[in-house]
Ligand binder design. Structure first.
Ligand code: NAD
Length: 340
């Protein structure tokens, strides 16, 4: 079975998701939708993606720019089995009634509230919960990172988890906000990330706080976890992360001091997009004292959710009943190395 997928909203997340879908052996990308013409719309056409107009955009504006339009949003939805909504935060909520009215299955992003979908989704943490659903929500970049780590740490049990999220101020392509002059505490304590993770990993005893800093590259989490059962040693913890899909553990000799080198590493990998879809951990950035584990992890906000969207399609259509198999296909096609 080949599932026909369309992507509504072609910005930071949407264009990456579209590229990822186009690479899947069991999916066909039948269209992407943008509100206005621009270089990204032109790039979509160059890649051979049918381009539709969404969000109240004017097809005439596209035509005047010389960009071929295949139709409007409703026409795109008619050509697809599932829509991946990658509209800006909260715009997905506006789009949801149309998807329902058209009877099309839908995947939303983390900028929407959990109630928009039947389940919040992360492939490593709860793939089986997504099987056969009508609507899934792929959780945000930070929540995805925490949910993956929780899936690994679950083997020892988590008694208590405190996480401080050091958040990038803006994405690299943004010019109207960030980098900012300062370190901004988020005055929501605990921050929304803990409850959001629990939509994927119910009952996880995590408390989060966040600060925003002047960078665009990645987020970094500082995690203090009390495990229920102490691991044998730190090597056992490192091995558990390294063996899991979608983690990259840097060793000290690799001289990756922080997020600038992580993204340089991603550029050097030579993929079509210099993205880092794995949770990034450092061997040296971990400590274990009995059952108390401390570790840093870095999250590439622009790309970490991309493989999760692909797996969400597979779960909805039950193309793979087993999450590990779905992730293996996704990761092979996207050039994410398997766990070692
Ligand atoms: P973006 O602003 O980069 O892209 C959004 C795209 O949707 C743009 O092309 C815009 O023209 C288009 N659009 C505007 N109104 C629309 C509408 N009504 N219907 C359809 N498309 C519309 O946003 P983004 O960063 O890609 O974020 C998309 C979603 O992904 C949000 O829910 C966000 O919270 C989530 N997310 C973003 C990041 C990130 O760091 N950028 C990470 C994880 C999840």
């Amino acid at each position: 079975m080949t599932v026909r997928v369309c992507v509504n909203g072609y910005g930071t997340i949407g264009k990456r998701v579209a590229d990822a879908i186009a690479l899947q052996p069991d999916m066909e990308l039948v269209g992407v939708a943008k509100t206005r013409p621009g270089f990204e719309a032109e790039a979509a056409l160059r890649r051979g993606y049918p381009l539709y107009v969404t969000g109240g955009g004017d097809p005439g504006e596209f035509r005047r720019a010389g960009l071929k339009v295949a139709g409007n949003l409703e026409e795109m939805l008619r050509a697809a089995d599932v829509v991946i909504d990658c509209a800006p935060e909260k715009a997905g909520k506006e789009n949801a009634p149309l998807y329902r009215a058209r009877g099309i299955r839908a995947i939303f992003q983390g900028g929407e509230k959990a109630e928009i979908a039947d389940r919040s989704f992360n492939a490593l943490a709860n793939y089986s919960e997504g099987l056969g659903r009508e609507r899934l929500r792929v959780v945000s970049c930070n929540t995805t990172g925490i949910a993956r780590a929780a899936a690994v740490l679950g083997r020892w049990g988590v008694r208590r988890w405190e996480a401080t999220l050091v958040r990038r101020a803006a994405d690299p392509s943004e010019s109207r906000r960030g980098p900012i002059n300062g370190i901004l505490p988020t005055f929501q304590l605990p921050s929304h990330h803990g409850p959001d993770v629990r939509t994927v990993v119910p009952g996880l005893p995590i408390r989060t706080a966040a600060v925003v800093v002047p960078t665009t590259l990645m987020h970094v989490h500082v995690n203090q976890v009390e495990l229920e059962r102490p691991p044998a040693d730190l090597a056992e913890v490192r091995e558990a992360f390294a063996k899991s899909p979608r983690f990259r553990l840097f060793r000290s000799w690799e001289r990756v001091e922080g997020t600038p080198q992580v993204m340089e590493f991603a550029r050097d990998r030579g993929a079509a997009r210099p993205d880092m879809m794995e949770n990034v951990l450092w061997e040296e950035g971990m400590a274990l004292a009995g059952a108390e584990l401390t570790f840093f992890q870095a999250i590439h906000q622009e790309s970490i959710v991309v493989p999760e969207n692909v797996d969400a399609v597979r779960a909805i259509f039950q193309l793979q009943p087993d999450g590990a198999r779905s992730m293996a296909i996704t990761d092979r096609t996207l050039g994410i190395p398997p766990g070692t």
